[in-house]
Design a protein around this ligand. Structure first.
Ligand code: NAP
Length: 328
């Protein structure tokens, strides 16, 4: 089969399309012919050698994927020909990932394609929406009517957090540096959108928020954005640290944490058990279907164009970059 693999961690250009052995599914695993995969910043970190617990090269990254079961384990939940998507587990971390024509996945980490969804949408949804769910619900304990601030809101996790938080009855304030993406965030359910690149961002955010400060912040960026989250959070506010696109380290005003009784919590989507992930995913699908939304897709690239897809992701894109791996 053809697969994108790197033989040595380093630059993203180390990832090349080549022939690789067909995977042999072990007990309890299904062989999935991947039709669509979706790119995540974590795939890049993995190729760059910056991801914990990464598999040994030659290695295929790719956490998200949807396709058709080519070989099913006996007595399992799926049959050959079923359409499925990957919910997580170690696929694309220490198990070979989805940027390949075939991958073997423990069946407990697969879910059926939601009714009426395309394979692209089913590939685009799981990692980002399960992360957003963990930030909003599992760790963030969001209550209807609360104000939620989302940084890096136009990205995969951000747009998922906006759609899910608004579906859960929150007032969502979304930050993006791009006017077109801010408009898409309004369509996605944001009550307020603010230019993250505004010359006086504090003033712009204060004006937008009015008297009601965020009880919950979904913080996707790190660097200076964590302190901004602490400055704007309501007293007793919860800051969910999801990502680090703007900086691995952050300086934070300690007095704010003390005087405002703030809670800062890091979270990883990898902490879901398969059962928890399947339950969370069914809630995500129910909420998206109930609000007539689907995981937003920013662009689709061909299987030969994965490098262009990573470049597009790094530029900033509303929603997901999907890779069309093979004809369904
Ligand atoms: N904790 C977990 O389990 C988990 C799971 C998934 C992802 N993550 C992490 O969460 C972060 C977000 O992931 P994602 O998939 O949403 O990323 P993404 O799709 O690449 O989008 C992030 C958005 O953030 C903005 N942005 C990017 N770099 C920025 C910078 N230097 N300064 C300010 N804004 C910037 C861009 O929006 P605008 O240009 O529109 O402002 C971009 O569209 C990543 O660090 C990722 O690794 C963590």
């Amino acid at each position: 089969m053809r697969a994108w693999r790197f033989h040595q961690a380093g630059n993203i250009e180390n990832l090349v399309l080549e022939e690789a052995p067909d995977p042999e599914p072990g007990p309890g695993e299904a062989l999935v012919r991947i039709a669509s995969a979706a790119l995540n910043p974590a795939d890049r970190y993995l190729v760059q050698g910056q991801y914990p617990r990464a598999g040994a090269p030659p290695f295929t990254p790719g956490r998200d994927g949807a396709g058709v079961v080519a070989k099913a384990p006996a007595g399992g939940r799926f049959r050959e020909g079923d359409s499925v998507c990957v919910l997580g587990g170690l696929t694309g971390i220490s198990r070979q990932g989805t940027l390949a024509e075939y991958t073997a996945v423990p069946e407990e980490w697969l879910a059926p394609i939601p009714d009426g969804w395309t394979l692209d949408e089913a590939a685009a949804g799981p990692l980002t929406h399960l992360t957003a769910w963990r930030a909003l619900v599992v760790c963030g304990h969001l209550a209807a009517g609360e104000t939620v601030l989302v940084t890096g809101a136009s990205g995969g996790v951000g747009s998922a957090a906006v759609a899910l938080a608004s579906a859960l009855g929150a007032r969502v304030v979304a930050l993006s540096r791009d006017a077109a993406r801010r408009s898409a965030l309004t369509d996605c359910g944001a009550a307020l959108v603010v230019d993250a690149a505004a010359a006086d961002l504090d003033k712009a955010l204060k004006n937008a928020l009015g008297a009601e400060r965020p009880a919950l912040v979904v913080e996707n960026l790190g660097g200076p954005w964590l302190d901004l989250a602490a400055r704007f959070a309501a007293p007793g506010g919860r800051i969910m640290v999801v990502g680090l696109l703007a900086g691995l380290a952050a300086e934070i005003t300690v007095g704010l944490l003390i005087h405002k009784n703030l809670k800062i919590e890091g979270l990883s989507v990898s902490c879901f058990s398969p059962e928890e992930a399947r339950t969370a995913w069914s809630e995500v699908v129910r909420l998206l279907n109930g609000t007539n939304r689907r995981p937003p897709i920013g662009c689709a690239v061909g299987f030969e164009d994965v490098q262009a897809g990573f470049a597009r992701l790094a530029q900033g894109v509303f929603g997901k970059v999907v890779v069309r791996v093979s004809a369904p």
